[in-house]
Design a binder for this molecule. Structure first.
Ligand SMILES: *Cc1c(COP(=O)(O)O)cnc(C)c1O
Length: 390
């Protein structure tokens, strides 16, 4: 293979060279004043990134680790939570919760739409005894491409007058869709390094506001490694419950610097524009009758990932294989109930116009090469849109 593979999977995502370079250095003594100052700055900058005055905890773990950290710090055995179904990730999160002896009440969904805030409100109103401790929302459901309106969910909880915590899995939305935690009234946000944050896999976060911190005080679940309380000790060594992942710390410092340089609002706008560009291409291809958007409501299609269902005997996995092996474009497959029925284009993190065009071009060539029926002029529609909105 010559040239680059275009990585368009919805995690991991492309790691910018300057983030890789920031990590390419020898290990150091972690007890020096310099490294302790870096760690202090990192935790302070993380609060800015989550737009919270609360606490941010970082773990040497993928997103599943941060899921578990939020469960063991917020919930006790016998508790009840509401987990509106969105797709693969809400289901796996729900199952993890059940393993801790917590009852998860689901709001069923067809995997083709965002969460309906009215249904959340209704479920909370039915809970007259106020047994539900938390509402767990997957913001962007990476398995289906749908995005839920967090402000509408906050409003639903408020209009039910329910005290439940709002806990958001923002793993696929953080750094892509706007998420200002305090302002939006989110009590706990879960994020991970390898999606919108453009980093290697292996760092994840929970940001906890005052209500979440209070809940963690009352929570009776045994915990030590994940414990927010023990991680808040003054000694920096406790912050990661052991040796800090120095290279990830250096990478994250560069990531946060890059985010400040571009500006979070500009980053959100860039994702909206590139996401729309990808959707324009899919819209044209879909005219051929061999594929359609998985998310039915155009307003609920996320700017992080687009999920495309194939129709008839069009095989999405064959499209993925040819795209990757012949044309150097790596796409995501259909997950769980969508296995063998869909493929996914990630467009989050380190992404610009020619990168997206390269990937969409590779996919366009793939469809032509395979003889998959598709509308003509997808790339033209994309370049026109990008030119008009520049
Ligand atoms: C990727 C992802 C996860 C899982 O993260 P891992 O790092 O793979 O453990 C959970 N939720 C969402 C929404 C995701 O996109």
């Amino acid at each position: 293979m010559t040239g680059r593979m275009f990585l368009q999977t919805p995690g991991p995502t492309n790691i910018p060279d300057d983030i890789l370079s920031a990590m390419h250095r020898p290990a150091e003594d972690f007890s020096t004043p310099e490294f302790i100052a870096t760690m202090t700055a990192m935790f302070s900058q993380l609060k800015d990134l989550f737009a919270t005055t609360g606490e941010v905890f970082a773990y040497i773990a993928n997103g599943h680790g941060a899921w578990e950290a939020s469960i063991v710090n917020l919930l006790s055995p016998g508790d009840r939570v509401l987990v509106p179904e969105t797709g693969r990730f809400s289901v796996v999160w729900r199952d993890m919760i059940k393993a801790f002896g917590i009852t998860a009440e689901e709001i069923p969904n067809d995997w083709r739409s965002a969460i309906d805030p009215q249904k959340v409100e209704d479920a909370l109103r039915r809970d007259t005894e106020r047994k539900i401790k938390a509402v767990l929302i997957v913001h962007v459901e990476t398995g289906t491409g749908s995005v839920t309106d967090l402000r509408a969910i906050r409003a639903a909880i408020d209009s039910a007058g329910h005290p439940a915590l709002l806990v958001v899995d923002a793993i696929a939305s953080f750094g892509c869709h706007g998420l200002k935690m305090d302002e939006m009234g989110v009590d706990c946000v879960i994020a991970a390094s390898q999606k919108g944050l453009m980093m290697p896999i292996g760092l994840s976060f929970t940001a906890a506001g005052p209500k979440a911190m209070e809940a963690s005080e009352k929570c009776t679940t045994n915990r030590e490694y994940w414990s927010w309380k023990s991680r808040m000790a003054l000694e920096m060594y406790r912050r990661f419950c052991g040796t800090a992942p120095m290279h990830m710390v250096w990478g994250l410092m560069r990531t946060m610097e890059k985010i400040r340089e571009e500006g979070i609002d500009n980053i959100v706008a860039r994702h909206a524009r590139l996401g729309e560009a990808a959707r324009r291409a899919v819209g044209v291809w879909a005219e051929g009758g061999a594929m359609e958007f998985n998310t039915i409501d155009p307003a609920a299609r996320s700017n992080s990932i687009t999920c495309i269902r194939t129709l008839g005997d069009t095989d999405p996995d064959a499209i993925r294989t040819i795209a990757r092996e012949k044309f150097n474009v790596s796409l995501g497959g259909g997950l769980a109930d969508l296995k063998g029925m869909a493929f996914r284009i990630g467009h989050m993190g380190e992404m610009n116009e020619p990168m997206l065009l390269g990937a969409l071009g590779g996919l366009d060539v793939t469809l032509k090469h395979m003889g998959v029926p598709h509308g003509d002029g997808a790339l033209d529609a994309v370049t026109k849109y990008l030119a008009e909105t520049a």
